[in-house]
Design a protein. Structure first.
Length: 240
């Protein structure tokens, strides 16, 4: 299948909604946390595959602003799983020249989780390989609202004029500032919605929905999604 991928037309930025961990576990009569654990192994494989293919940015939806409404023990497990992932994988990420970037507000996170994440960002900030964006306590509507507040404050202080407020300026106030917008957004588990993920940045992204639960998603499924992306006729509102 890899031979079917046109290396000249790879998406520069792939974003993934990693959905289905809990249902994957439920189907196996396991606690939901087992699904999250299995999903972490999938994440390692997909990051490695994206790096091997030459993808510039991989963004994953790790924890949304709405996920705080899940059962307390599940939220606690997810926070501890992030600590475990960072401690186990950080040296390997750094060795492989991966740059870690966080999208979201870290302030509500438990101190231990926040410290491990900030350590990963600091250690890898000068790496020049694939950029690994982790959307953590992220919600696109909250991101846009926050950008509007910052723009309003800068306008009030005379730092910008009304005429300077453009698409590019708004983009520069988002968590993804400086990143190319996602060419391809993948959602696993068969659900067909964005769930408050990269609403501004994904305005012209190609969307691919796959039936596999996230723990069952693998490199072959990623390749199929990229091939599907390459079949699309991307016009960005224009007529060819």
């Amino acid at each position: 299948m890899k031979s079917e991928i046109d290396s000249e037309r790879l998406p520069k930025h792939i974003a993934i909604i990693m959905d289905g961990n809990g249902r994957w576990a439920n189907k196996r009569a396991l606690p939901r946390v087992f699904g999250h654990k299995a999903g972490m192994e999938t994440l390692k494989e997909i990051l490695r595959k994206c790096s091997d293919l030459g993808i510039e940015i991989l963004t994953v939806y790790a924890f949304s602003t709405e996920n705080w409404n899940r059962p307390t023990d599940e939220v606690s497990y997810l926070m501890n799983l992030l600590i475990e992932y960072m401690r186990k994988e950080l040296n390997e990420l750094n060795k492989n020249n991966v740059k870690v970037k966080i999208l979201g507000d870290l302030s509500p996170l438990p101190k231990g989780t926040r410290e491990e994440v900030e350590k990963a960002v600091s250690l890898t900030e000068n790496n020049a390989g694939i950029q690994f964006n982790i959307a953590l306590n992220y919600g696109s509507r909250a991101e846009i609202i926050n950008a509007c507040k910052e723009i309003a404050e800068d306008y009030k202080e005379g730092k910008i004029t009304k005429e300077q407020i453009t698409d590019d300026l708004i983009s520069s106030y988002l968590f993804t500032s400086g990143d190319v917008e996602p060419d391809l957004i993948i959602r696993t588990s068969g659900e067909k919605r964005l769930s408050n993920f990269l609403l501004w940045q994904g305005a012209y992204s190609e969307l691919v929905f796959v039936d596999e639960m996230w723990p069952d998603f693998n490199s072959k499924h990623l390749e199929k999604a990229i091939i599907e992306f390459q079949k699309r006729d991307r016009r960005f509102g224009l007529v060819k």
